[in-house]
Ligand binder design. Structure first.
Ligand code: FPP
Length: 248
């Protein structure tokens, strides 16, 4: 594939995070119900996961369900939960074959019992896999994550396990859902909106953002590679000058 030639395998984003937006509009465009848009979106999840795994991305975080999504109509929530359950049932085998390690971030206890059970089962089953981390954000909210981390930290302080002077950004990171996972290098948002929508607020301090009008169910391998090629054309300075980082 042509676009692959433009990609430097030694400078891949280690961690890609994706806001998968536009399923509803895709369905509307094809005069289908919203649920069918989500179903086609799940197909993009399969393809993008496979591609990331194949090219050697270390971690892929997908925003599959936000805390705000609980406000959607009951039928749509049901359909999304069923899709997730079906996805986990269908893909467990594939995850084992590809060496994928599944993890999840968010208020997981708010998921219904069968989904949570299947999720935990797949996480445990794939825990020893050596390959890519597939990290699903479920019932996830960035502000809730930060507030929950603060709450747990205060608990540890009151229990005498930590003192105020111990609190650094590194220590704080350990209380987040993403502990052990590096910050995202690249955020992709499909569906033509230019917002962060409460996703990985603490972790995206130096993340490169890539926005595309392509709707999530249409976002496939070439589109991902195009985003990675664009990422590689950028210069990441982390607040320093171009000379300091050995750039232009
Ligand atoms: C946003 O599109 C997408 C979601 C709220 C859910 C994302 C879910 C999937 C891609 C499928 C299931 C996930 C897995 C991991 C199997 P939208 O409905 O907000 O689209 P719109 O803005 O066009 O209405």
């Amino acid at each position: 594939m042509g676009i692959m030639k433009e990609i430097d395998p030694l400078r891949l984003p280690q961690h890609i995070a994706i806001i998968m937006d536009g399923n509803g509009r895709w369905a509307e465009f094809h005069t289908l119900g919203r649920i069918l848009g989500h179903r086609e979106g799940a197909e993009s999840v399969r393809i993008i996961t496979k591609t990331c795994c194949r090219i050697g991305v270390h971690c892929l975080t997908l925003y599959a369900f936000s805390v705000e999504n609980w406000l959607r109509p009951e039928v749509e929530i049901r359909a999304l939960m069923n899709l997730l359950l079906q996805y986990l049932e269908d893909e467990a085998r594939e995850m084992m074959d590809q060496g994928i390690r599944l993890t999840a971030i968010g208020d997981l206890d708010s998921l219904e019992a069968p989904v949570l059970r299947k999720l935990q089962e797949t996480i445990e089953k794939t825990a020893g896999n050596p390959g890519m981390i597939l990290n699903l954000a479920l019932s996830y909210g960035g502000r809730d994550e930060i507030a929950t981390a603060a709450k747990r930290m205060v608990g540890d302080a009151l229990a005498g396990k930590i003192a105020p002077a111990d609190v650094t950004r590194e220590l704080f990171s350990k209380y987040l859902y993403t502990t052990g996972i590096p910050d995202p290098d690249l955020l992709i948002r499909t569906g033509g909106e230019y917002r962060v929508s409460n996703f990985l607020l603490y972790q995206m301090a130096y993340t490169e953002f890539y926005f595309t009008d392509i709707l999530w169910p249409d976002f496939r391998e070439t589109d991902l590679l195009t985003a990675i090629a664009e990422y590689q054309r950028r210069e990441r300075r982390f607040g320093m000058t171009s000379e300091q980082i050995g750039g232009r």
